[in-house]
Design a protein around this ligand. Structure first.
Ligand SMILES: [Zn+2]
Length: 435
């Protein structure tokens, strides 16, 4: 019966099949085109604010931070440059000032300062970039807004004064750990033996770090922290927190990802999980494709709602990405996939930028409410942060000597440095790809 008008017109079955196929193809192409257009319009109106990018690390590794030798519009052997950020409709990017864990107990603070410096230079020497330090400036920027985050608490060398100085240099987020424990917080990774612990995942000093970050208005980033540390922080922080580049543990059971109970706690905190696109975390090591990446978004939305989700691509911190998401120009393909999965434009506007802006504003609001609160003066006990490279300038009667270190005769021995450099060499490659 369905075919009768064609029969009346005298069209053969063969011709009908051809016409059907034409209309089907036309519809498919048109609807695909419409979704593609829709994604680009949406991203023009709501340019992406991405939570994590490691191009600064690559600038150090590949170019020794010599910006004069490269053109940031088009950089080879990396996944991020100005041309591709433009193509990806990126309107804001949190750039990680990251130094390897092997710098802990060594020169992590200097190295981190050098990474903050290169981000400052990158974002001031090119007119397409703009360094921002407030949610208002981020919201109103018409350029590629640069935010600075420190990736790993080892970068402050257990010093709240160092934390405060990083804030003054424009740092607006810090991950409490990278792949190593600090003396005061626990990592999700066990590849290093720094400061082993069975419990006390957030020490008294660790809570002081959280309190001081709340007071300063610096976002607390729980990506890379152990789940126990994350839970302790969620019970301590007055402000919303972020996972700047983590995905869903239920979809890929990697310890860098976030389990459902922690997602629930994050929702209560009104915080944000910015989904990591690295194959290792979305496809558990396989290369994967856009669909498996989108599964993480669907799962987190089902558990805690779209308003708790952002994107933290992790480009240039990881080597392998799903097919179709190889560099920062590919974000529109992800948004197309989510549109195909019936995500609303309002939900995606949130994922792209509004959710992050809301969290940043709330962090600033808590800072404003704490105005008048004095800086935290808690110092880490020497017995908890003892290492041979730490000079202690306290009166002898206040020095607490650990069993292994005589703080009054601090020596950063040649042998010690040799051992550290050997470890650095061994772990260097691993760390570059262990985002
Ligand atoms: Zn990372």
């Amino acid at each position: 019966m369905l075919f009768w008008p064609f029969s009346k017109l005298g069209l053969s079955g063969c011709m009908f099949s051809g016409i059907s196929l034409f209309f089907f193809m036309h519809f498919a192409v048109t609807s695909g085109f419409l979704v593609e257009e829709k994604a680009l319009v949406l991203m023009t109106n709501y340019p992406l604010i991405d939570g994590h990018n490691d191009v600064a690390l690559q600038l150090r590794i590949l170019h020794d931070n010599r910006l004069s030798q490269i053109d940031l519009h088009n950089i080879s052997r990396v996944a991020t440059d100005i041309n591709r950020l433009r193509a990806g409709h990126v309107g804001g990017q949190m750039y990680a000032a990251y130094v390897m864990c092997t710098a802990q107990e060594k020169d992590a603070v200097r190295l981190t300062l050098e990474q903050v410096d290169v981000i400052h230079r990158m974002c001031s020497e090119y007119p397409e970039f703009e360094l921002v330090t407030t949610s208002h400036a981020l919201r109103s920027s018409k350029k590629i807004a640069c935010l600075i985050s420190v990736e790993g608490g080892h970068s402050i060398d257990s010093s709240l004064a160092a934390l405060r100085m990083f804030y003054r240099l424009g740092v607006r987020s810090m991950a409490l750990t990278h792949t190593c424990n600090t003396p005061w917080a626990e990592s999700s990774s066990e590849i290093y033996t720094f400061y082993p612990r069975d419990n006390n995942s957030l020490t008294h000093f660790g809570k002081a770090v959280v309190k001081e970050m709340n007071r300063l208005g610096m976002m607390i980033d729980l990506s890379h922290s152990s789940w126990d540390t994350a839970r302790a922080v969620l019970q301590t922080s007055q402000a919303p927190v972020i996972f700047s580049h983590s995905s869903a543990f239920t979809v890929c059971d990697h310890r860098r990802n976030v389990p459902d109970d922690l997602l629930q706690a994050l929702k209560e905190n009104k915080g944000l999980i910015m989904v990591n696109l690295h194959s290792g975390f979305v496809a558990c090591g396989a290369k994967g494709n856009i669909s498996i990446a989108a599964d993480h978004f669907d799962h987190i939305k089902n558990v805690i709602g779209a308003e708790s989700i952002g994107i933290g691509g992790d480009y240039d911190g990881a080597a392998k990405f799903p097919e179709g998401l190889e560099d920062v120009s590919k974000y529109p393909a992800l948004i197309q996939e989510l549109l195909h999965r019936n995500w609303s434009e309002a939900e995606l506007a949130g994922v792209l930028r509004l959710n992050f802006l809301r969290v940043f504003e709330q962090v600033e609001k808590v800072r404003d409410e704490l105005k008048g609160t004095l800086p935290v003066e808690v110092q880490i006990p020497l017995s908890e942060a003892a290492n041979p490279c730490r000079l202690v300038l306290r009166p002898p009667n206040q020095v607490i000597r650990s069993s292994s270190v005589d703080s009054s005769k601090v020596v950063c021995s040649g042998l010690h440095l040799f051992a550290l450099s050997a470890v650095l060499t061994l772990h260097c490659f691993y760390e570059v790809v262990s985002c």
